[in-house]
Design a binder for this molecule. Structure first.
Ligand code: SAH
Length: 459
């Protein structure tokens, strides 16, 4: 028997938004039936058009706002703001911080069933704009002209834009100048549909503390037309450039970077500092995109690790060794593990660069390498994890429970998988003592947390 829904597609309805989803859409309910509406804010009254009515939930479009939220801020109605990936730009920064903090609390209770954990007020930025040190911009062609910017949501259509509000000015400038040069030299854009053409993406990375710039040209073809001229022009027009890299991605894929990377000019890496630690960053390695808040996050991780100098530490998902080297200064020994070989090369180089001798790094999956270490007798007093969005592999969590490090510091960019993993660790003998959300990605829905877990007595 089919149940009738309280709304139908194309209905116009008046609603009051009650909540925000994890991707920043407003949630309104009609007789308990949820409708998700981009741009709606809690407390706002609005007219909405129903775009889609699925069995358990629907989607709508905001038609008219009758009553505005005090947290709403007006943003210009242009493409840069519409498609720039800043889902929370229409909410005041204070409102964004509140939303993220609430989200962490809710998820820890709902998914993690953690009732008495301390969640501290989120640590935000003084200036929540122009913080990103990296851009990866898709390139296309429109009316015979080279364009670069953002993808329209759920499409492969590129919108030509001149900047992003959350990128550092140096990064915006690098992308624009690269676009101009490639356009002037007539380097053809890659065409996704026909899989023809040359230039796929422009990437720029900037060391905020050192002022060093890296540009990466990502092409379908292994040759770049006018390569010599291209390099000369980049050097002439981007004086901060220290590294020009070419990456070839010849596959039909959404993945940005391909297999082959060569340095066209300058160094293979650029350098940056987090606190006193110097880092070499290569084109393929993960490096945190918000340098100001990274320092805040790592300081918190260090505080939660609470090292005396006698501890063996394991840093799982270590990237280029950023957290490992931060901790090594206060630990007896640090073992880092990471799946990307280039990142581990960087990590080793970074240890050397800083004269740090008590850090060792291994390439591999954390869930394979750490159980192997455990069998060989390498046991951590403190174990740090900083996994990607999907969280820790269960095999790794099982090994932690067997190994019983006294402390676990869990750095997470996804509260939902954090909550899931904390539950497993709690059931295995740990107590989540405190969670500190840090706003690493203002204007977007992303939220980062660092948590401290202690092994319960008797385990
Ligand atoms: N701690 C680092 C990196 C965190 S990002 C920093 O703060 O800079 C997560 C890292 O986990 C990435 O470098 C990614 O390459 C790595 N990774 C992803 N899956 C992994 C796995 N199964 N085992 C080990 N590392 C993995």
């Amino acid at each position: 028997m089919s149940r009738t829904l309280p709304v139908n597609k194309n209905d116009y309805i008046d609603v009051v938004f009650e909540d925000l989803t994890h991707d920043g859409a407003g949630v309104a309910k009609v007789e308990g039936y949820p409708i998700f509406v981009p741009n709606g804010l809690p407390g706002e009254k609005a007219k909405v058009k129903v775009i889609k009515a699925n069995k358990g939930y629907g989607f709508g479009r905001l038609i008219e706002l009758y009553e505005k939220s005090p947290y709403r801020v007006d943003i210009p109605n242009n493409e840069k703001h519409k498609y720039g990936g800043c889902q929370l730009e229409h909410i005041s920064y204070e409102g964004q911080l509140q939303y993220k903090e609430n989200q962490v609390r809710q998820v820890l209770t709902r998914i993690g069933k953690l009732e008495d954990v301390i969640v501290h007020p989120i640590l935000g930025m003084d200036n929540p704009l122009q913080y990103r040190n990296k851009a990866q911009v898709p390139v296309g062609e429109k009316d015979g002209k080279l364009i670069a910017g953002f993808f329209k949501p759920r499409s492969h259509e590129i919108v030509d834009t001149d900047e992003s509000v959350i990128q550092l000015p140096e990064v915006n400038e690098a992308v624009q100048v690269m676009k101009e040069i490639c356009s002037e030299l007539g380097i053809p854009a890659y065409q996704e549909e026909s899989h023809k053409g040359v230039l796929r993406h422009i990437m720029a990375r900037y060391g905020k503390q050192t002022g060093e710039l890296m540009v990466v040209i990502i092409t379908k073809t292994s040759e770049i037309p006018q390569q010599k001229k291209l390099v000369e022009e980049i050097i002439a027009r981007l004086p901060k450039v220290k590294s020009i890299v070419h990456n070839v991605n010849s596959k039909r894929t959404n993945v940005i970077l391909g297999e082959k990377t060569t340095v066209l000019w300058g160094n293979e890496v650029i350098y940056d500092y987090i606190g006193d630690v110097k880092f070499a960053i290569s084109a393929l390695s993960f490096y945190q995109v918000n340098p100001v808040q990274t320092k805040v996050l790592y300081d918190k991780a260090l505080e939660y690790a609470n090292l005396s100098g006698e501890e063996n530490v394991i840093d799982a998902y270590c990237g280029i060794g950023t957290i490992s080297l931060f901790l090594a200064q206060k630990a007896k020994k640090v073992f880092g593990v990471e799946v990307v070989p280039e990142a581990i090369e960087d990590a080793k180089r970074n240890a050397e660069l800083n004269g740090i001798k008590n850090a060792e790094f291994a390439v591999g999956e954390a869930e394979i390498v750490i159980p192997k270490w455990y069998k060989e007798g390498i046991v951590a007093d403190v174990l740090v994890v900083d996994p990607p969005r999907k969280g820790c592999d269960e095999a790794l969590l099982r090994t932690i429970i067997d190994m019983k490090p006294k402390k676990v510091v869990y750095v997470s960019c996804n509260p939902a998988t954090l909550a899931r993993d904390l539950r497993i660790l709690e059931d295995g003998g740990y107590k989540t003592v405190e969670v500190q959300p840090v706003d690493m990605f203002p204007m977007t829905t992303h939220v980062e947390c660092v948590s401290q877990l202690l092994l319960k007595e008797g385990n």
